[in-house]
Design a protein around this ligand. Structure first.
Ligand SMILES: [Fe+2]
Ligand SMILES: [Fe+2]
Length: 353
């Protein structure tokens, strides 16, 4: 019997749940969170307590909930990805800051305005209220672990769309026009993959209920088609739009990290990152808490912010993708996949082409 069947959940399902927190039945955690008889909007999966060793670590498995069953193919050990994530150090990740690229052209204003409208809608759907400066401690702006997860899941389910649409359209354009793509497709698809990994990671911690699934379905239907049409009309505006969207994502994760550091999310202080995250980001031993996980995710978002603002500065018809380029003078700083040379507002065209 594999570990999944051995730990089959006994679900206390409550129909109104839009997102269910899940955890192994570590009694200390249940007692600590009070979730056993907590909010009426929560359904909770309980599992027999297990203290087995983790697959690639000596750390004990504690509060990890497996939503996705292990591979059922008897001859396959695992499925490898072509997009191996670069290693980030803690020092690098702590350097990430909230930043904003000023809107300069009318196209920038369209992108920024659209992000603001979408942000308003996303706040509404996910029940999020961002506190104005000085009001961070007001009760009405406080977020719980569930509320953060609801926002993360919704945010990431939308964030995985633009890279795939952009990559797909550039792929089709290359086929149709019989022209080279100059390296953009891979970076765009990799971004979509990275966002999907964010989503899968959070889905290891929380299981969305029917309402959230419905919201995601509706948002994807509208957003995919809207972005598809917009990318056909102006890839430049679309990359700028994603750059501004990623600025918002950095703000969101920065606030969540601060909430953990300020003791506002006690259930996450000891909660380990899911195994999928440990493997994907190659999280080192001793740096696998939820805070560490959010540092990784935030760094990724900051990278997307840079990449998309940079792509928004380029000529999408003729310029090579600087993240795939090999430069004649490698001694000068250039964009790469890491976060060492990160430019929050993107690289200007004359710097990289
Ligand atoms: Fe993301
Ligand atoms: Fe992102």
């Amino acid at each position: 019997m594999n570990s999944l069947t051995a730990t089959a959940p006994l679900r206390v399902a409550i129909p109104k749940a839009s997102l269910r927190l899940t955890m192994r039945s570590n009694p200390s955690v249940v007692a600590m969170t009070g979730l056993r008889c907590g909010s009426s909007t929560l359904g909770i999966n309980y599992h027999p307590q297990t203290h087995t060793k983790r697959f690639i670590s000596t750390t004990q498995k504690q509060q990890i909930k497996e939503f996705f069953p292990p591979l059922k193919a008897p001859h396959v050990k695992e499925v490898e990805t072509a997009w191996v994530h670069p290693v980030y150090t803690e020092e690098q990740m702590k350097q990430i800051t909230v930043a904003h690229r000023d809107a300069k052209l009318w196209a920038d204003w369209i992108a920024l305005g659209t992000v603001r409208v979408l942000r308003w809608g996303m706040d509404l759907v996910t029940g999020y209220r961002h506190p104005p400066p000085g009001k961070e401690h007001d009760a009405k702006f406080q977020m719980t672990e569930q509320a953060w997860l609801r926002r993360f899941v919704f945010l990431e389910s939308v964030a995985g769309v633009p890279g795939m649409v952009g990559g797909m359209l550039r792929h089709l354009r290359s086929l149709r026009r019989m022209k080279r793509d100059n390296g953009w497709i891979e970076t765009l698809l990799e971004e979509a993959y990275n966002e999907r990994m964010h989503l899968l990671t959070f889905l290891k911690v929380a299981e969305p209920g029917w309402f959230m699934r419905l919201m995601v379905l509706g948002a994807q239907g509208v957003f995919f088609n809207g972005f598809f049409l917009a990318y056909l009309m102006s890839p430049r505006i679309c990359h700028r739009f994603v750059g501004y969207l990623e600025e918002e994502a950095v703000i969101t994760y920065t606030r969540a990290i601060k909430d953990i550091e300020n003791g506002k999310l006690p259930h996450w202080e000891k909660l380990e990152a899911p195994e999928i995250a440990v493997q994907y980001w190659k999280m080192p031993e001793g740096q696998r808490t939820m805070r560490d996980l959010l540092l990784y995710v935030r760094a990724d978002e900051a990278k997307h912010r840079e990449v998309n603002h940079t792509l928004g500065n380029l000529n999408h018809e003729t310029d090579p993708n600087p993240y795939a380029a090999k430069y004649k003078d490698p001694s000068k700083p250039h964009p790469d996949k890491g976060i060492d040379n990160l430019k929050a507002v993107g690289w200007e065209r004359e710097e990289v082409v």
